[in-house]
Ligand binder design. Structure first.
Ligand SMILES: Nc1nc2c(c(=O)[nH]1)N[C@H]1C(S)=C(S)[C@@H](COP(=O)(O)O)O[C@H]1N2
Ligand SMILES: [Mo]
Length: 409
């Protein structure tokens, strides 16, 4: 062991330098892939590519353990070298803390099925907070240090070789002001680049109801009349949803009004059914309170949904004996998913029109979205406008791109 340690520490300075740059590249890859995964807009653009990027993020994330372990071997020596340099010691601790925090919360997220939604929800929050705090810090650190590294007297990692040539700048005054300028510029750039997403994320964390209210206000659907909520919906039976939805869509958000809305149940049924909006809002509705779990780790609890039970629609249509699968179409023209007939007949599978007593806003899949509380919400098709009974299987949008056909929470 001792021998091994000694061997590992040979060429210490060079190793530390290369470790630092390896680590830098790992962070760059993780930051880019992570931001792409976070940004809803990339979903539609990437489609299948998103699953690949997620995989890359996980693998590289796991690989970040390697430089951390290597560093720990060299840490005691580096620590001594930083004696009296409080800022640099703090930097080492911050970066190590970030890496370890990201790694642990990341592993939990990766294993979301094993840990359950409430743990993965917390893990996602930690992962997000570390990103919003840590990423600007690391970018700032690396850009300002990049300049510093060119000045040997600034080196905090000593290579052991005599620093050759370049003397600390002849005019320290000029260097200082240039450095201050670079720092300010970088800081300002960061605030502009990352600030808006950060603020959006912050406000969504702090306010549970407020941002849904905003979505309801900015609803681009124009359907009249609005469904009149049942007493159990207004006020909402669940007391109002807890947490916030991330708006996910693989297409531009479609808009509906009375002239282009229709809802169809067809395929292997005895009576093909079709309604326009005025007819559709007259169908008998129920109210349920349920949790909403996305497979990427976030949840919204205690949603009060009001809508028509899918099983009631199927009963009314009269399902033919050879029908096996219920294929679900989104009015976006792209997204589909499916349930087995047995799953579709579960008591809580709902074709919802109200959330917490209000029409479901277009961003959240209104006027009509499916809700399948027992499954991850990629099954909860937004802008649902057609239910088709078919004989064979159907592989849904995300299942085709790598999500599990087993969507049970
Ligand atoms: N039409 C359509 N339905 C969809 C999706 C989509 O991209 N398009 N995304 C699914 C996924 S993965 C999730 S987590 C939820 C997100 O619902 P929200 O955007 O209302 O939060 O919708 C599901 N239904
Ligand atoms: Mo999802």
């Amino acid at each position: 062991m001792k021998q091994w340690l000694a061997k590992m520490r040979k060429g210490y300075g060079k190793k530390l330098v290369s470790l630092h740059s390896w680590n830098g590249w790992i962070v760059v890859i993780l930051a880019l892939t992570g931001l792409v995964l976070f940004q809803g807009t990339w979903r539609g653009i990437l489609g299948e590519g998103r699953v690949l990027i997620r995989w890359l993020h996980v693998v590289v994330g796991l690989a970040s353990l390697i430089p951390v372990m290597f560093y720990l071997v060299l840490a005691s020596k580096h620590w001594k070298q930083l004696k009296g340099k409080g800022v640099q010691r703090a930097n080492v601790l911050i970066v190590l803390g970030l890496l370890v925090g990201w790694l642990i919360s990341g592993v939990l997220l990766w294993q979301f099925k094993a840990i359950g939604p409430s743990w993965s929800n917390s893990a996602l929050t930690v992962h997000d907070v570390l990103t919003w705090v840590g990423l600007p810090y690391i970018i700032y650190h690396s850009i300002t240090r990049l300049k510093w590294l060119k000045q040997p007297h600034r080196l905090t990692i000593k290579t052991g070789e005599p620093s050759e040539g370049i003397h600390p700048a002849a005019s320290p005054q000029a260097v200082l002001s240039r450095r201050a300028f670079i720092r300010t510029a970088v800081g300002a750039g960061l605030v502009i680049a990352i600030g808006p997403s950060f603020l959006k994320w912050m406000s969504s964390q702090l306010s549970s109801g407020a941002d849904i209210e905003k979505l309801v206000e900015s609803d681009s659907n124009k359907l009249v009349p609005a469904p009149t909520p049942l007493p159990a919906s207004m006020p909402p039976l669940g007391g109002g949803s807890k947490g916030s939805f991330r708006i996910y869509t693989v297409t531009p958000i479609p808009k509906f009004d009375n002239s282009n809305f229709s809802f169809t149940v067809d395929g292997l049924v005895n009576n093909k059914l079709q309604w326009n909006w005025e007819q559709f809002v007259k169908l008998k509705r129920k109210v349920q309170v349920s949790d909403f779990h996305c497979v990427t780790g976030w949840s919204v609890y205690k949603n009060t949904w009001e809508g028509i039970l899918l099983k009631d629609l199927l009963k009314q249509a009269g399902v033919k004996p050879n029908a096996m699968t219920v294929k679900l179409y989104s009015g976006d023209g792209v997204y589909t998913d499916s349930l087995t007939l047995e799953q579709a007949n579960m008591d809580d599978v709902m074709v919802a029109v109200l959330h917490d007593g209000k029409p479901i806003p277009s961003d959240l899949g209104g006027p009509v979205r499916l809700v399948v509380p027992k499954m991850y919400t990629y099954k909860s098709v937004k802008w649902l406008n057609r239910v088709e009974l078919i004989e064979g299987d159907h592989t849904g949008y995300w299942e085709e791109r790598g999500y599990s056909t087993d969507a049970w929470v």
